[in-house]
Write a protein that binds this ligand. Structure first.
Ligand code: PLP
Length: 460
């Protein structure tokens, strides 16, 4: 691959990083011997590290964020213009970019009305949980305060978000967690316990949610929080009919439906939001990563006016949503988000996600024909997973060390892919792909050719 050199003294940067930066999700030991990976430049789908090595990035900045790709000067310019004029005003005030982006966003979300700004996916989810709890206090005598979440789903790294975390390995050693969060089963058809498939499996998976509601008491449950398509838990596209039935259940028991679009939002699956792939109308939607494609830190908790109006009671001096996020008053976030959304529209990146998503699925299915280790390929748009098993009959997962070795082999080839990692006990066996929505067929062919080689080298 092409290499590039950089004027900054790489050794100094590497040593400063090694001495003082605590990297996310990283074991310490390797840093004693392996240089930290420092990414210094990006253009389109490609990034260069500090040693000048070029990588093709099939996971949008490592964590599925850079939906419009790297090097978009117009987003940088929009942010510079916004912060030069008015960088920040927090608390009870609004800003021009904040109002403009909210209007653009709501236009893409029929049935939703209000945007509450924050900075990360975890934080947006915390806002939603707080809304649900306060609604319970204000309107249900404090009784309807439980929040249901699903096995394998992830909603963030803060303690309450982890209390809603369906990935046990992620949660290990961080308890005790916040009370009032109750788990419902996952909906991964490939791992159907009784052999039912398709719509039948979808109905059973939704029924499993209703069973939990009935066991807990519907009058104690304020909200159901789900990812539209489970991301880090293994790219789980819910079976046909599932979402529609989930919606009916929520309506039946007066339970708010909170959909976490932190990953699927802003075009990832080919629609603006993942839930728009299904016939479902949420009450609360949270989003983060793709909102400004990582050019700025911004997240949103979007609600209906019905939810908003539940806080409209001037007679209760504590009755409004008494929440704040200091940096929810930054203009850089919404300014970047406006430009990001314009790019997606002008370049039809949702259309590209659909077309290139089919190409990616096709490539992964071809790999499945060649490698007996791939038990299942699933996904939607430019969002895909390949689950690795020892045996297609028993579906026993391959050991996670092989999955790690495949990811590392790809990395050595200059191809960045992801995997379910230290999240699901026994099931860290799915390779993950979520390239920027600008990916071309050539890019994807390059990625899957590298994966092909890596699987051969690691598993034979
Ligand atoms: N929700 C989902 C579905 C996520 O995948 C993530 C992060 O990966 C989050 C929430 C948390 O977002 P953040 O890391 O910005 O707090």
């Amino acid at each position: 691959m092409e290499t590039q050199t950089f004027a900054n003294d790489p050794e100094n940067v590497i040593e400063a990083d090694r001495a003082h930066v605590w990297h996310h999700l990283s074991q310490h030991k390797p840093y004693e011997t392996v240089d930290p990976r420092i990414i210094v430049e990006g253009k389109g789908l490609r990034v260069w590290d500090i040693k000048g090595k070029e990588h093709i990035d099939a996971v949008s900045g490592g964590v599925w964020t850079v939906n419009v790709g790297y090097g978009r000067a117009r987003i940088g310019q929009a942010m510079a213009d916004a912060v030069t004029k008015m960088c920040f005003f927090g608390g009870t005030a609004g800003t021009i970019p904040g109002a403009q982006f909210a209007e653009m966003l709501i236009d893409k979300m029929p049935g939703l009305d209000r945007v509450y700004y924050a900075n990360s996916g975890s934080e947006a989810n915390e806002k939603a949980f707080k809304m649900v709890r306060q609604i319970s206090h204000k309107h249900y005598g404090g009784k309807k305060q439980k929040i249901l979440y699903r096995e394998r789903d992830y909603h963030g790294s803060t303690i309450a978000a982890m209390s809603a975390g369906g990935q046990d390995e992620r949660n290990a050693q961080y308890g005790p967690f916040t009370p009032g969060f109750v788990r419902v089963p996952h909906c991964l058809e490939y791992r159907s316990q009784d052999g039912s498939l398709g719509e039948e499996y979808g109905a059973k998976a939704a029924q499993a949610i209703e069973d939990v509601i009935l066991a807990e008491g519907a009058d104690t449950i304020g909200a159901l929080c789900l990812e539209p398509i489970t991301a880090g838990g293994g790219i789980i596209v819910p079976p046909k009919g599932y979402w529609e039935r989930v919606q009916e259940i929520c309506k039946k028991y007066d339970i708010l439906l909170h959909i976490d679009e932190v990953v699927c939002g802003i075009g990832r699956t080919g629609t603006w939001f993942g839930y728009q792939q299904f016939d479902v109308q949420p009450d609360i939607v949270t989003m983060a990563k793709g909102v400004a494609s990582g050019y700025a830190a911004i997240s949103c908790c979007v609600t209906t006016n019905r939810v908003f109006d539940m806080f409209k009671d001037d007679s209760d001096h504590l009755g409004y949503f008494r929440d704040i996020s200091t940096f929810g008053g930054c203009t850089a976030g919404p300014a970047a988000a406006i430009e990001n959304m314009k790019i997606i529209e002008e370049e039809d990146l949702r259309g590209n996600s659909v077309a290139m998503g089919e190409h990616l699925q096709g490539n992964l299915h071809s790999l499945m024909e060649k490698h007996k280790w791939i038990g299942d390929v699933r996904g939607m748009g430019l969002f895909a997973g390949a689950e690795l098993v020892k045996d297609r009959q028993t579906k026993e997962p391959v050991d996670e060390k092989y999955v790690g070795a495949i990811v590392a082999d790809c990395m050595a080839q200059g191809i960045i892919i992801g995997a379910t990692n230290r999240s699901l006990p026994g099931y860290n066996n799915t390779l993950l792909f979520a390239p920027s929505l600008i990916a071309t067929a050539d890019d994807l062919d390059q990625v899957t050719a590298g994966v092909d080689e890596a699987i051969t080298r690691v598993l034979g």
